[in-house]
Design a protein around this ligand. Sequence first.
Ligand code: FRU
Length: 543
Amino acid sequence: MSLQRLIDLAGGVDNIQRILAPVGRVTVAVRDAERVQPLPHDVSGESVLGEWQLSMARDLAITDADLAALGRSIASAQRQAAAAYLQPTACPYRPQWHISPPQGLLNDPNGFIYHDGAYHLFYQWYPFACEHKDKYWVHLKSQDLVNWTWQSIALTPSDWFDSHGVFSGHAVSDGDDLWLFYTGNTRLGHDRQRQTMQCVARLNEHNQFEKLGPLIRTLPPGVTEHIRDPKVVHRQGRWHMLLGAQTQDLQGRLAVYHSTDLQHWQFDKLYGEELAPYGYMWECPDWFEMAGKQFVVFGPQGIRSQNLHHTIVHQNRIFHVDQDEQGGFHFLEGWQLDAGFDFYAPQSMQTADGRRVMCGWMGLPDELEHPSCDNGWIHQFTALRELRWHNGQIIQQPSAELAQLRGEACTLTLNEQPQDLGTKSFDLEVTLPWDCELHLLHDDSHAVVLTLDRAQGVLRFDRTHTQIRQGDTIRELPLTSSEVKLRILADNSSLEIFINDGEQVMTGRVFTPPNATHISLKHAVADATFAPLNAMQWSFAPR
Ligand code: FRU
């Protein structure tokens, strides 16, 4: 039977919301089951995962091009439906200089790259609710890494290989071409069996990202369907694709493929055994060079902390790696990139002037209950940070471009008297002695408290007395310096704390009422430099 016949039985193209292609079959999920025609014996109809799905054997005459044509129709309906979610809702928690979704859920940064004289950044988006459902990619562009313009909904979950989510991936700028590599995620049948493929899209002459389909359709030996988030890099004369992966005995690993033409990929090997046990899954790898050394970043899941306050198993790590002559990876020393609450799935890119700049998701996979959900959106990106390798350490600082947003700086003497800063968006620098407490974003009944606890030897970031609904409330970072220098970036509902000139960073979402704009310091007096941070120029509107 032809695909057109199945489309007709489904009530027409506009009644199809999803297409799937389990081995040897074609399946479509319909929007309105009432519009489905009486089914012949060779087409089944059943409710799967709350959707009415029609399924038939795949006739050999049905080509990938036929499926792609149906995918384009679904994509156009999906773009139209999502267009109703492009107006940002008013919300006191909305950041004024961080990237947040107009509505719905944002998660990982994707495709962060400098291409054709501009910076491109995409985000994982579910437009319709604060939920992790079928993900889209939104495309943003910037000339200065501060002000961002909405470009388009670049990719939608419209095709048989990605209809349960256009999952994360990176971009490649190769001459005039801008490629997006991503993971196509689908869920098949009643047991939601995951089907994972590594896919590619390319920017065409109409400024649209055209999907070219899956490049890797099968799994490497010994790996589960949890293999995703391609990072593609040109090194040693060929292309390498790094993927986060899980082995069949539930160990996180780095899977590496290579290619000479970006189209045909060969599996090399799994790496990371020398770290085992190191979590049940690794997500979102990144790979880059700094000061002549190689670094791999990834998100290991399932690593528990010794600290009883730290219950979240989704971690962030950067490892110094060595590469042998065959291109094999050897993991040497590793560090946590961020010791706060909310930092995951970061991506980095090289700026036009050669700096390594990173953007993370300020959120975590299991968090879905923030006060901003009352206004229809959740999560945001972190500030961009510059990474350097200096004296055997990773140093992270807010990107130099952020200075564009700084208002006039002044000196404040911090003491126990609450001072009203008149804003929750600022850049504050202060050096503190041990055994003091800095209260931030506070009113009479809410505060974020940073304590320098000499007895425990930790900087404690405590958001217990905020409007938090989900997640840990205390993070502790061991420190040994004689005093502690802080640079704190605040933006309505977040704090990013750069410690001792960027040797450590702690990031967290912090929700306090809009007028909780006070600051005070208990058990010490210290001079601070304070500058308000102005809003970035930001356009949500599609061009
Ligand atoms: C990380 C992640 C990725 C995946 C994406 C889906 O947050 O789970 O591994 O590609 O989110 O949105």
